[in-house]
Design a protein around this ligand. Sequence first.
Ligand code: NDP
Ligand code: 8X3
Length: 261
Amino acid sequence: MRKTILVTGATSGFGRAIAEIFAKNGYDVCITGRRAERLDALKRELETAYGVQVTTLQFDVRDRTAVVNAIDALKQQISRIDILVNNAGLASGLSTIDEGDMDDWDVMIDTNVKGLLYVTRQVLPMMKEQGGHIFNIGSTAGKLVYKNGNVYCATKFAVDALNQSMRIDLLPYSIKVSGINPGMAETEFSLVRFKGDEQRAESVYRGFEPLHAEDIANTVYYCATLPAHVCINDLTITCTNQANGIYTVKDSEKVNTANKG
Ligand code: NDP
Ligand code: 8X3
């Protein structure tokens, strides 16, 4: 029997790449996001390329009723989920706490923390019987705070805490829980954070090679295909020019020529 993975936020970036690598390796895939046309296009692409079943679920993870309804509807079609990737998330704005926009704060907390909780709570009944694997996409921002990162960092620290808690709570069910904490990766993340300002978004990654979405997808796939008795609990992954959420060097600042792109 083919295994099934559910990936939240699969219309872009990490989520899209994760959906693709699992489809390529024969998994049926459930993809979620708010942008229906992107979900439909990805479904067509993956089904055509890999011959797997792709189910689309369009909902906003912040909307608790929508999450419940979407997963309830899924249960009519699919009885089990083997892997859940809690990936949907975002940063909105970058400013000091005294100048922060409270709407931005709500969006980040509601998406990155409450959305992750709603989806997990709904999916778990489809996983508890046979066991499974949950991936929570955290961040280097959830390991070390950086200037102006305040609320985004707080949401990713919360993801780190939930990752640890879930692992304890779900031990009796043979459900692995893995926190994947990427550093800077060029997806739509900065475009969203800076509200469509392409120049500002592009400048974040200027002068060095950031992570690619596929790097994270490959990492998740590796963790998901380890033997049943092995669980990667927590993994931080950055590009070679980044040490942590604060320290990054440009290629021009390097003293040798290694990895200069
Ligand atoms: P993208 O902006 O490329 O993708 C974000 C995905 O999340 C989209 O598919 C988007 O779908 C979905 N999403 C956002 N808000 C909602 C919502 N309210 N309801 C449903 N889906 C939503 O960014 P990334 O791929 O980079 O980000 C994925 C995750 O990785 C996030 O949790 C982010 O915090 C984290 N991360 C990113 C890093 C980076 O540097 N890029 C580094 C570390 C962590 P749609 O808009 O269609 O709803
Ligand atoms: C995304 C990485 O450094 O932009 O979580 O916060 S960073």
